[in-house]
Design a protein around this ligand. Structure first.
Ligand code: NAG
Ligand code: NAG
Ligand code: NAG
Ligand code: NAG
Ligand code: NAG
Ligand code: NAG
Ligand code: CU
Length: 581
C-alpha cells in the first residue's frame, strides 16, 4: 500500500473523510477503501406541532426523526453526542455488532453510565462485515420515542447488492407518538406499577398522516416513477408495538431482514416487530395514480389495551393528478390480532445461502439454555397501593423468573473490564427454576408463582462458544409476542412454534441449512423460538424485550463474553471520555 491520501467533502452538514490508497484509486474506484464518517448530534428540546398541539420533545439536530447516517462496510463512524437536554441519555446503534468496541454500544448502565445533561460522549466504532439497514436510538427511559434515526450501510465500493440495483433507496421509519412528556409518562408507569400509557399515534418518517386530527398535511409522501424499482428500508422504531405494514395494490419483495440478506420473498403485507428492519423492493408497476401505505398494530396479547390507530403515507406516481383531488387507493390491513398472518410472514423468510456476509449455522452447541420470557408480578412497596394490573401488585417481567435490574453505580461492562465484584452475578439459570405448563392461562390461579425476584444475574460465556437458546413465552399475566433483541451478535432462528416447546419433536424441525439470521425476533405469542449464535465478541451484551414498557420492569438479561486468546480478540480499554456515574 502506498501512503494514504485524504479526500474529504462536506455534504449536507456532515464531514466524510475518505482514506484510500491514491494508487489504487487511480487504478479503479473499486478497491478496498475505508472512510471515516463523522457526525455531531446536538440533543436538545425541540418544539413541534403534532395532532393539533405544540409539544416540547427531545430531538437530535432539531429533527424528528433525527439525522440519517450513511456509510459503507469497512468505514469507521465517529458520532459526537452533545447532551443539551434535561435528561440523562445514551445512544445505541441498533444491529451494529460493535466488534471489539463494546464501549460504544450504548445501553444505559450495561455498557456505559449515561451522558448527563451538559456533557458529551464520542461513540467510535468500525462497521465490520455488516451491510444493510440499521438504526440508532436512545437507550435511556422512553426517550427513543423522539430520539432515533436511520443508519444505512452500503456494500463496499465495488461490491453490489445480491439483487438488481434499485433506482432509489428510501428509509421508512415507523414511529410512535405520545401527546405528553414521554419521560414523565414512563416514570409515572413505574411508580404506579402499571403498563405505560398507550400512544396517541403511529408515524411514518415522523408524520402521523391524514387519519389523525390536524394531520392532513402531516403525511409522508413518496414520489415514484412508473416502471422503476425502489428499495424501501423499513424500520419499526415504535416504542411498544409490533406493526403490520402494507401498500395499496403493490406487492413487495423482501430481500433482507435485520441487515441480513434473505431469499426473495414476495408478499403484500409485512409484520415488523419493534426493533426489526425489513428491506423490500417495490416496483411502481401500477397505473399512474396515488396509493396509500399504512401501518398499524399487530397486537398479540388478548384483552390488553393498545393504540388501535393507523398511520398513513402516500405514494404518488409522477404524472398523477394531485393526490388530494383524487382519493388514493387504501390498503386493507390484517386484523390487529391476526397472528396467523404474522406467523406465516415470520416463518417464510430464509437466509440467502452463500450471499454477502452469510454464515452457516454452527452445529456444535457449547451452552444450551431454555429461557421463559414474559410478564410477572412484583410486590408493592410497603404502605403504597399499586394500581396493577392486577390490583395490589406491580407489573413486572422476567426471563427464567429473574426480573432484571441494572446496576446503579457502575455499568456491567466497566465492572467486567475492571474486575469489580458485587455489581452482577454470573448465575443466570440455564432453565426455569420451576417447571410448569408455561402457556396454560390457568397458571394465573397460582398467585405465588407469578412473583419474580429481582436480580442482576447474567451469563458468562467463553470466547467463541456457541449458544443455543429456546425462548419460551409464558401465559403469566398474559401471553404476548415479545420482540427479543440481542446486542453484539446476530442469531440464526432455527425454529418457531406455538404452545410449550417439546424437545422430542420440535428439535426435529430445526432448519440447519438456511434459517433466517436476525438480531430481533418476535417470539410467537404463547409459543417459542430457538436461536443460535457464536459468542465471538468480547464484552457485555444486553438481551431484552424491545418494548420499552417491558425493559425497565425486567424483561432482560445479559451475556458477558470473555476475551479470546489474542490481542485481536481482546476488548481494548474504554475511551477516556466514557461517562462516569
Ligand atoms: C426543555 O423541556 C423540558 C420539558 O418540557 C423543560 O422542563 C425544560 O425547562 C426545557 N429546557 C430548556 C432549556 O428549554
Ligand atoms: C398517562 O395517562 C394517565 C391516565 O389517562 C394520565 O392521567 C396521564 O396524564 C398520562 N401521562 C402522560 C405523561 O401523558
Ligand atoms: C406503614 O404505615 C403504618 C401506619 O401508618 C405505620 O405504623 C408503619 O410504620 C408504616 N410502615 C412503613 C414501613 O413505613
Ligand atoms: C419465581 O421465584 C419465586 C421465588 O423463589 C417463586 O416463589 C416463584 O414460584 C417462581 N416462579 C416461577 C414462575 O418460577
Ligand atoms: C472460533 O471458532 C471457529 C469454529 O470452531 C474457529 O474456526 C475459529 O478459528 C475460532 N476463532 C478464534 C479466534 O479462536
Ligand atoms: C443520571 O445519571 C446519574 C449518573 O449515573 C445518576 O446519578 C442520576 O441518578 C441519573 N438521573 C436520573 C434522573 O436518572
Ligand atoms: Cu415485551
Amino acid at each position: 500500500m502506498t501512503s494514504p491520501s485524504v479526500i474529504y467533502s462536506i455534504e449536507m452538514g456532515r464531514l466524510v473523510f475518505l482514506f484510500a490508497s491514491s494508487l489504487l484509486l487511480m487504478v479503479a474506484a473499486t478497491t478496498v477503501s475505508a472512510a471515516i464518517v463523522e457526525h455531531s448530534f446536538n440533543v436538545q428540546n425541540l418544539t413541534v406541532n403534532r395532532l393539533c398541539n405544540r409539544h416540547v420533545i427531545t430531538a437530535a439536530n432539531g429533527r424528528l426523526p433525527g439525522p440519517s447516517i450513511r456509510a459503507r462496510e469497512g468505514d469507521t463512524l465517529i458520532i459526537h453526542v452533545f447532551n443539551k437536554s434535561p435528561y440523562n441519555l445514551t445512544i445505541h446503534w441498533h444491529g451494529i455488532h460493535q466488534m471489539l468496541s463494546a464501549w460504544a454500544d450504548g445501553p444505559d448502565m450495561i455498557t456505559q453510565c449515561p451522558i448527563r445533561p451538559g456533557n458529551k460522549y464520542t461513540y467510535k466504532f468500525k462497521i465490520i462485515k455488516q451491510e444493510g439497514t440499521f438504526w440508532w436510538h436512545s437507550h435511556t427511559s422512553t426517550l427513543r420515542a423522539t430520539l432515533y434515526g436511520a443508519i444505512i450501510i452500503r456494500p463496499r465500493a465495488g461490491s453490489s447488492y445480491p439483487f438488481p440495483k434499485p433506482y432509489r433507496e428510501v428509509p421508512i421509519l415507523l414511529g410512535e407518538w405520545w401527546n405528553g412528556n414521554v419521560v414523565d409518562m414512563a416514570n409515572q408507569a413505574l411508580a404506579h406499577g402499571t403498563g405505560p400509557n398507550i400512544s396517541d399515534a403511529y408515524t411514518i418518517n415522523g408524520w402521523p398522516g391524514d387519519l389523525y386530527p390536524c394531520s392532513q398535511n402531516q403525511m409522508y409522501k413518496l414520489k415514484v416513477k412508473q416502471g422503476k424499482t425502489y428499495l424501501l428500508r423499513i424500520t419499526n422504531a415504535a416504542v411498544d408495538n409490533n406493526l403490520f405494514y402494507k401498500i395499496a395494490n403493490h406487492k413487495m419483495i423482501v430481500v433482507a431482514v435485520d441487515a441480513r440478506y434473505t431469499n426473495p420473498y414476495v408478499t403484500d403485507v409485512l409484520v415488523v416487530a419493534s426493533g426489526q428492519t425489513i428491506d423490500v423492493l417495490l416496483t411502481a408497476d401500477q397505473p399512474i395514480g396515488s396509493y396509500y401505505m399504512a401501518a398499524r398494530a399487530y397486537a398479540s396479547a388478548a384483552g390488553l389495551e393498545f393504540d388501535s390507530t393507523t398511520t398513513r403515507g402516500v405514494i404518488v406516481y409522477e404524472g398523477a393528478p394531485s393526490w388530494t383531488s383524487r382519493t388514493p387507493l387504501i390498503p386493507v390491513l390484517p386484523a390487529f390480532n391476526d397472528t396467523p398472518t404474522a406467523h406465516k410472514f415470520s416463518t417464510s423468510l430464509t437466509a440467502l445461502v452463500g450471499g454477502p456476509h452469510w454464515e452457516p449455522v454452527p452445529l456444535k452447541v457449547d451452552h444450551k439454555m431454555f429461557v421463559t420470557i414474559g410478564m410477572a408480578l412484583d410486590v408493592c412497596p410497603s404502605n403504597t397501593t399499586c394500581q396493577g394490573p392486577p390490583v395490589g401488585a406491580k407489573l413486572s417481567a422476567s426471563m427464567n423468573n429473574v426480573s432484571f435490574v441494572p446496576p446503579s453505580s457502575l455499568s456491567l461492562l466497566q465492572a467486567f473490564f475492571f474486575n469489580v465484584r458485587g455489581v452482577y452475578t454470573t448465575d443466570f439459570p440455564v432453565k426455569p427454576p420451576v417447571q410448569f405448563d408455561y402457556t396454560n392461562p390457568s397458571i394465573n390461579g397460582d398467585r405465588p408463582l407469578l412473583f419474580a425476584p429481582k436480580g442482576t444475574r447474567i451469563t458468562k460465556l467463553k470466547f467463541n462458544s456457541t449458544v443455543e437458546m429456546v425462548m419460551q413465552n409464558t401465559a403469566i399475566i398474559g401471553a404476548e409476542n415479545h420482540p427479543m433483541h440481542l446486542h453484539g451478535f446476530d442469531f440464526h432462528v432455527l425454529a418457531q412454534g406455538f404452545g410449550n416447546f417439546n424437545p422430542a419433536t420440535d428439535t426435529l424441525k430445526y432448519n440447519l441449512f438456511n434459517p433466517q439470521i436476525r438480531h430481533t425476533i418476535g417470539v410467537p405469542v404463547g409459543g417459542w423460538a430457538v436461536i443460535r449464535f457464536v459468542a465471538n465478541n468480547p464484552g457485555v451484551w444486553f438481551m431484552h424485550c424491545h418494548f420499552d414498557g417491558h425493559l425497565p420492569i425486567g424483561l432482560a438479561t445479559a451475556f458477558v463474553v470473555e476475551n479470546g486468546p489474542t490481542p485481536e480478540t481482546t476488548l481494548p480499554p474504554p475511551p477516556v471520555d466514557l461517562p462516569q456515574c
